[in-house]
Design a protein around this ligand. Structure first.
Ligand code: GLC
Length: 440
């Protein structure tokens, strides 16, 4: 098939989704600001417009809470009727919230420090130091918050408290875990089956109006995701109370910790450049995270798995998370080889790869959000991981395939791993941004 899309199409997507100060993931379906999306946008934009890329970081940091957290979403005035919009969060109930902005009360994979380092590299030499001195303290405060609030046992394995914090909103391992710790009741099931309720609920779900229901979360999952927020809101988002509650979702997620490990490395390099000393607590936590990846390794299955924090056990459902430690650091050869083997297996290496849930499992769907489709950002992490683990050839191959997929199908949110067709929403910013990054 001929290449129909190119760098100018990608740039046009980023321009059309620009909203005065930052880039929205998509102006129709996602007219707000998301933490890891904007970080990816900055990574792509730095090649053509480092100033705009730096601004993405600056605007993200404006949402930082006084306690250091950077929220996963900052709401704009557009689309105030969103079903999981600000009304469900009411983050102002939390003492620590930022004043003057409407944000969610959870975070998302901490890609921001890595994005910032990559942006700084593209700034004119004489502006680099000033930029680091200006923004590094806020990034350090974010990482300190992650360890203070989200590493309750000081293991270096930071926890997430909602599947949305993983960025992989409908990842089967996380959703199955949610079903177990916070099951949907019989009454709720009946309620959601009622045709009037169903019609009303569906009408308020913009995602299934703009895409197709089989590409999005099931209504019962969507319901649970919202109900979990309401439960946390009633606890005023206090982590101690959330952890004490056995119905809370508390997971040590590989993708989240991989992003953290990568950003920790960026933070340390940036600090060194400006002779900034990180506190000994932070340095120690950084080391612990780097050394913690063995804890995700399951000897019996010879795989890495996310961990349930309450029971301290592996969640033995295979997803793209199995492969991501590759991107966290240079792994021992045996582990790196085993990941490369799984990556090359039929489950993940479909015609268009990499499937986010392996096709030879009961959880696979070629079209449903995070349950199989290829996402450009997870491929981007894998490419970095292969490069860092001495597999340059495989990295180049995956890079070429990812570029080809986008050039052939377009700037879709995600893609069927079976036929490469675009799924979700079209004109999706991080696909465009990371495509530009892979091309440069
Ligand atoms: C979807 C993705 C999430 C992303 C958001 C905005 O919910 O699962 O990772 O941040 O869209 O693009």
């Amino acid at each position: 098939m001929p290449a129909n899309y190119n760098e100018s199409t990608a740039q046009a997507v980023l321009d059309q989704n620009y909203a005065d100060e930052f880039t929205m993931p998509n102006k129709d379906l996602y007219p707000h600001m998301w933490l890891w999306d904007s970080s990816f946008h900055a990574i792509g934009l730095r090649h053509s417009n480092p100033k705009r890329a730096l601004n993405e970081i600056k605007i993200l940091l404006r949402s930082q809470w006084p306690n250091g957290m950077i929220p996963h979403m900052t709401f704009t005035q557009r689309d105030t009727k969103r079903i999981h919009g600000y009304k469900i969060w009411k983050s102002h109930v939390c003492d620590d919230c930022v004043v003057g902005l409407k944000t969610s009360a959870i975070t998302q994979p901490p890609v921001i420090a890595e994005a910032f380092e990559l942006v700084v590299e593209k700034l004119p030499k004489k502006e680099q130091r000033a930029a680091i001195e200006k923004y590094l303290p806020q990034l350090i405060r974010y990482h300190e918050w992650l360890y203070r609030e989200r590493d309750p046992n000081s293991t270096g394995r930071v926890v997430i408290i909602h599947p949305w914090e993983s960025g992989m909103d409908n990842n089967p391992a996380l959703i199955e875990n949610l079903r177990q710790c916070f099951p949907i009741t019989w009454w709720e099931k009946q309620f959601l089956k009622n045709p009037f309720i169903k019609a009303f609920y569906h009408a308020r779900r913009k995602d299934i109006r703009l895409t197709s229901p089989e590409e999005r979360t099931h209504s019962d999952v969507n319901w649970m995701l919202g109900k979990l927020i309401a439960r946390y809101r009633r606890k005023l988002y206090k982590l101690d109370d959330i952890l004490k509650d056995n119905n809370s979702f508390v997971v040590e997620c590989i993708l989240f910790n991989t992003a953290l490990a990568r950003s920790n490395a960026s933070l340390s390099r940036l600090a060194k450049k400006t002779q900034t000393t990180l506190t000994s607590e932070l340095q120690e936590s950084i080391k612990k995270t780097e050394n913690s990846f063995d804890d995700y390794w399951n000897d019996q299955d010879q795989k890495f798995y996310d961990r349930d924090w309450h029971s301290q056990t592996h969640i033995r459902i295979p997803t793209i998370s199995n492969l991501l430690p590759l991107a966290a650091k240079k792994l021992p050869k045996q582990q790196a080889d085993s990941i490369k083997e799984v990556l090359g297996s039929q489950g993940y290496s479909t015609k268009w790869r990499t499937a986010t849930t392996p096709q030879d499992t009961q959880w696979f769907s070629s079209v449903r959000y995070w349950q199989g489709p290829v996402w450009v950002n997870t491929n981007w992490f894998l490419i970095k991981g292969l490069e860092n683990n001495g597999a340059k050839k495989e990295a180049t191959k995956l890079k070429r395939q990812t570029i080809k997929l986008v050039e052939q199908s377009g700037m879709w949110e995600y893609f069927s791993p079976l036929d490469g067709s675009g799924r979700g929403i079209h004109d999706f910013s991080w696909t465009a941004a990371l495509y530009l990054d892979l091309k440069n």
